[in-house]
Design a protein around this ligand. Structure first.
Ligand code: MG
Ligand code: MG
Length: 253
């Protein structure tokens, strides 16, 4: 990881946008195919094929030894779940899908949490509030604000609805590297926080739990789950800070 924040030119933001549009199209494709009975291994195959046909490389595969193209985190799993033939989706489940690609030297990174069939109302509210908190955070990604304004906006929205913010994992800068400074916590941290400048490209990614904010890592060395085994959701967009509104590079519209 580089040490200082790398500001991007408009041309670079366009390139990062192309990578993110491959991510966005992959997530839309997966969302349309997700149903009860499908395995997370199958989703991983579909994603990798789609990505390579688009001329991109799955960014997570082999990253620090991660075995999949997708991170697929089911129910109480928060992030970094490993695709598996043994993990079959069922009605009432939620699946967080995090996907990243490298395309012509630049990275894209985005995540969604998808319901399988009908959900318990508390769980659908978790999904709604988590996605809303992402947009509350994005709205603060303005020149002159600080990174902590993003963090605080996410936290306030989530806690107002009685949910909790995961502390151990944070958002990040992105560009020619998958993870660059600054770190973007989803909760207020005491101490200095970087000023937001034009040309910053940021992956903002709230990970929100129904119960405790505390998490632990399973014996596979990757899968992060909530300590109380209650459900968790994750939404992520890569955005660029501009003179105008933040530009959502991984938008699926
Ligand atoms: Mg991600
Ligand atoms: Mg990310």
């Amino acid at each position: 990881m580089t040490k200082s924040i790398i500001l991007k030119s408009n041309a670079e933001i366009e390139q990062i946008g192309l990578a993110n549009q491959i991510v966005a199209r992959t997530l839309s494709m997966l969302k349309s195919r997700i149903e009860s009975g499908v395995s997370t291994w199958q989703l991983d195959l579909w994603a990798e094929d789609f990505c390579r046909e688009s001329g991109a490389i799955p960014a997570f595969k082999g990253y620090r030894g991660f075995p999949g193209s997708l991170c697929v985190s089911l129910n109480e799993q928060v992030v970094h779940g490993i695709p598996s033939k043994k993990v079959i989706l069922h009605e009432g489940d939620i699946l967080s899908i995090d996907f990243g690609v490298k395309y012509e030297g630049f990275y894209g990174d985005s995540a969604i949490t998808v319901p399988i069939g009908l959900l318990d109302s508390k769980i659908s509210q978790l999904l709604k509030v988590t996605e809303e908190s992402l947009y509350k955070g994005i709205a603060q990604a303005k020149i002159g604000n600080r990174i902590d304004d993003i963090s605080t906006a996410v936290q306030n929205h989530v806690e107002r609805h009685g949910f909790s913010v995961v502390r151990q994992f944070v958002g990040h800068g992105i560009g020619a590297n998958l993870h660059e400074p600054p770190e973007i916590p989803n909760y207020h941290r005491k101490g200095p926080s970087s000023r937001i400048l034009e040309g910053m490209v940021l992956a903002i990614e709230p990970m929100i739990n129904i119960g405790t904010h505390e998490v632990k890592i399973l014996k596979d060395g990757w899968t992060v789950i909530t300590k109380d085994k209650k459900m968790s959701a994750h939404f992520e967009h890569t955005i660029a800070v501009t003179q105008d509104e933040p530009l959502v590079l991984s938008s699926r519209d």
